[in-house]
Design a protein around this ligand. Structure first.
Ligand SMILES: [Zn+2]
Length: 141
């Protein structure tokens, strides 16, 4: 799934960085009407982050690619998502995983002087299913 093109967003920034990575994790959807997803099972999640901005840091980076991967992979890989504080009180559906990744990434970016923005988080849960979470500023329609 790497090296694929992702649905793109429109923005007014000079730089757009995209980072692909994956992580393996288990989850279950904690409700009766979720069918077989109620049972604990695993996925290899493929994530694409789109980061935009106008200013670069002293290294010429919008943000370090490996830092982005570490931020999410370091917390989610080989975990049962339902057990993680990030998903406490929620159902770790693909939608919520995408939204949670967005919040983690944007919170991290907010600490940088050059103020990059996470515009989109793409999460593929299976070969036939994916979700895009689009940050508010980048929604149109
Ligand atoms: Zn699942």
């Amino acid at each position: 799934m790497f090296q694929q093109m992702y649905p793109s967003i429109n923005h007014k920034y000079s730089f757009e960085l995209n980072k692909d990575f994956n992580f393996s994790a288990a989850h279950y959807i904690p409700s009766e009407d979720a069918g077989k997803c109620m049972r604990t099972h695993g996925h290899t999640y493929f994530v694409n982050l789109t980061i935009v901005g106008d200013e670069l840091d002293h290294n010429g980076f919008l943000v370090n690619f490996s830092e982005l991967k570490q931020l999410v992979h370091g917390q989610f890989d080989h975990h049962l998502l339902n057990d993680l504080p990030a998903f406490e009180g929620t159902s770790p559906s693909t939608e919520i995983v995408a939204q949670t990744v967005y919040e983690m990434v944007q919170e991290h970016l907010d600490q940088r002087d050059n103020q990059p923005k996470c515009a989109q988080v793409f999460v593929r849960e299976t070969p036939t299913s994916y979700v895009r979470y689009i940050a508010k500023e980048f929604r149109h329609g």
